[in-house]
Design a protein around this ligand. Structure first.
Ligand code: BGC
Ligand code: BGC
Length: 598
């Protein structure tokens, strides 16, 4: 931990104390007497089978027709890229509506939760607006903007029938080699907390159930400690002190807003899978933090506890897990759960507690009164929503260097734009876009950097080169070189080396040779190692993963907007610093970000 962070944490310690007292006095009403009454009445009426159904979360591609009704399934999800075969908002709506009707047709008519990773807008849905990934939102430092982004995300979700978002991520990453850094707001827990709270409130404003994830400490896993990947789902080394004073802060703050679901990490803590850790799930979350909603396991998580499927169900539910993301073989899971109750390995009290928590979340959403919001195509990817995203992009950019190259003079004639990320909204958007791992070559999702330049610099000579090749006949007045990470999600993005690719390096050289001034733009979910290149360019800007509205980038580069973004993390000089997790002498420090008018 850097000294600066430590100091700010110490100062914050006093603040937390104050905030706790304030919250204690004016506690958010997380549930009402009438909801509690309704929960008791329902639970009293429910058969064991009906209860177990509520605790089962099935992936939509696995659910057999009629089984939602027959087996009283309480929740369905779309995994990343699990889209209807025709990916349009109305196909989403009619697909989810059919699932919802099956649920409403059960004896007690308990509506379904439909969960999805709308982690930067409703990214699976073709036509939805795609906002900057969270790391870019952390750079804006703008809580009201983040709240509005979350609210609009919820509006777009509701228009397609989705009512449960597996977002926001409240993790505090440490190792930038981790493939989920971009899903986090910052490496500073206070910033994560502030942004996470606003995001959670925004989703609730838009009548969508937020999910705080992934509890807890996952960004702290050691490189090489993961069986599946390198860091992701690995072993978290965190002391009880750090747990309480750092990693719990964002959860504790978001819980106080009334958030009703928390997803448990697939990582281990000191060798034990968190999905089976009773201390963390029950003692800390439910008792100490007084969390009244439900805990959901991550995709296939309980299968990682041990080789014994039955034991995994028993351990995880007894630890405090309330709903299991199965995701596919729900018959096996439900049989095991049923057997465990009949066999007294899990008490009926534990089952009733789990079901009550799930019903509380459904009631808090108003689902019983209105299981589906109205379909409204105007609410998906609308002009207004795109304007909000464009503003967010503009606010998120961080100016790293500027030797009088920016803003780009509107009178210049020749602009050279180079790099595979220069004309690709898929690359701009990163993982969790249309597919789990994201997409490339998708321009119709929004406005690329190249398109945005053509709009702002009409009538100018703009040359696009996806990769640098032979020298050009004449030099560009300005050369824009876009280096980019290829989209990735989760552990697939765990990467030993954050250096620029050979092609990106070649593109920088090419752009310098063929233009009078060179501006380096970086599309990435985390800092890349640019130490050897930054001196050779005239300006450098971190774009993060800005999403569908490339106009926001050119709004700032052209000088129509000012730079606002500040680094939400330290930017390393070398890979060695990353490996040793020593960022005491970074290339750029947390909070760094230049402006036109300093
Ligand atoms: C991810 C979660 C996600 C879930 C459902 C898991 O693999 O870790 O973040 O919410 O899948 O897509
Ligand atoms: C799904 C993701 C999920 C992942 C888990 C993918 O197939 O699309 O949603 O997070 O599997 O490994």
């Amino acid at each position: 931990m850097t000294k600066k962070l430590l100091i700010s944490l110490l100062i914050f310690d006093c603040l937390i104390f104050e905030i706790n007292i304030i919250n204690f006095r004016s506690q958010i009403v997380v549930t009402t007497n009438s909801n509690e009454q309704k929960i008791r009445t329902l639970v009293d009426q429910m058969t064991l089978a009906e209860k177990l159904g509520q605790m089962t979360l099935v992936e939509k591609n696995s659910i057999k027709k009629g089984d939602i009704t027959r087996k009283n399934i309480g929740a369905i999800l779309s995994g990343g890229g699990s889209n209807p075969s025709i990916n349009t908002p109305d196909e989403w709506y009619s697909m989810i509506n059919k699932f919802q009707q099956e649920a409403v047709n059960t004896r007690l008519g308990i509506p379904l939760l439909y969960g999805i990773d709308a982690v930067h807008g409703d990214g699976n849905v073709m036509g939805a607006v795609i906002f900057p990934q969270n790391i870019g939102l952390g750079a804006t430092r703008d809580q009201s903007l983040v709240r509005e982004i979350a609210r609009i995300t919820a509006v777009e979700m509701s228009a397609t029938g989705q009512n449960w978002n597996f977002s926001p991520t409240l993790s505090v990453p440490k190792d930038l080699r981790w493939g989920r850094v971009y899903e986090c707001f910052s490496t500073n827990p206070l910033l994560v907390s502030a942004m996470g709270k606003s995001y959670t409130e925004g989703l609730m404003d838009g009548k969508v159930l937020p999910t705080l994830k992934h509890f807890i400490g996952e960004g702290q896993a050691a490189w090489g400690s993961s069986k599946q990947y390198k860091i992701d789902q690995g072993d978290v080394m965190m002391s009880k002190n750090d747990l309480k004073n750092i990693y719990l802060i964002p959860y504790s703050d978001a819980i106080k807003t009334g958030a009703m679901s928390i997803m448990i990490s697939r990582s281990s803590w000191l060798g034990q899978k968190i999905s089976s850790n009773k201390y963390l799930l029950t003692e800390i979350l439910k008792k100490q933090l007084n969390f009244k909603g439900f805990l959901v396991s991550d995709w296939g998580a309980i299968d990682q506890i041990s080789k014994d499927d039955y034991q995994n169900v028993v351990e995880s539910i007894n630890a405090g897990m309330d709903m299991i993301m199965v995701p596919s073989d729900y018959d096996k899971f439900m049989n095991n759960l049923n057997y465990a109750v009949v066999n007294n390995d899990i008490s009926m009290g534990r089952i009733d507690d789990a079901v009550s928590r799930i019903l509380r979340a459904k009631l808090s959403l108003g689902l019983f009164a209105q299981p589906m919001q109205k379909f409204d195509l105007n609410n998906v990817g609308s002009v207004d929503h795109r304007l909000l995203a464009r503003k967010a992009v503009a606010e998120s950019l961080v100016l790293l260097k500027n030797n009088n190259a920016l803003p780009i003079n509107k009178k210049i004639e020749n602009i050279l734009i180079v790099g595979k990320g220069a004309n690709d909204v898929g690359i701009q958007s990163g993982g969790w876009t249309i597919n789990w791992q994201g997409v490339t070559g998708y321009n119709f999702l929004g406005t690329s950097i190249y398109d945005a330049f053509k709009k702002k610099f009409k009538d100018k000579n703009i040359i696009l080169k996806l990769s640098g090749d032979k020298s050009l006949a004449s030099k560009g007045d300005i050369g824009i070189v876009v280096v980019a990470e290829t989209p990735y999600a989760e552990g697939v993005g765990d990467s030993a080396d954050l250096s620029l690719s050979k092609i990106d390096q070649e593109n920088i050289r090419f752009t310098k040779q063929n233009s009078k001034k060179t501006i380096l733009l970086i599309i990435a979910g985390r800092p890349l190692i640019i130490t050897d290149f930054i001196n050779g360019v005239d300006a450098a800007v971190m774009l993060w993963l800005p999403g569908s509205e490339g106009d926001g980038i050119v709004d700032v580069l052209s000088g129509d907007n000012e730079f606002h973004g500040k680094l939400p993390l330290d930017w390393p000089k070398t890979m060695k610093q990353v490996q040793e997790n020593d960022l005491s002498k970074p290339l750029f420090q947390f909070d760094y970000g230049l402006k036109y008018k300093m």
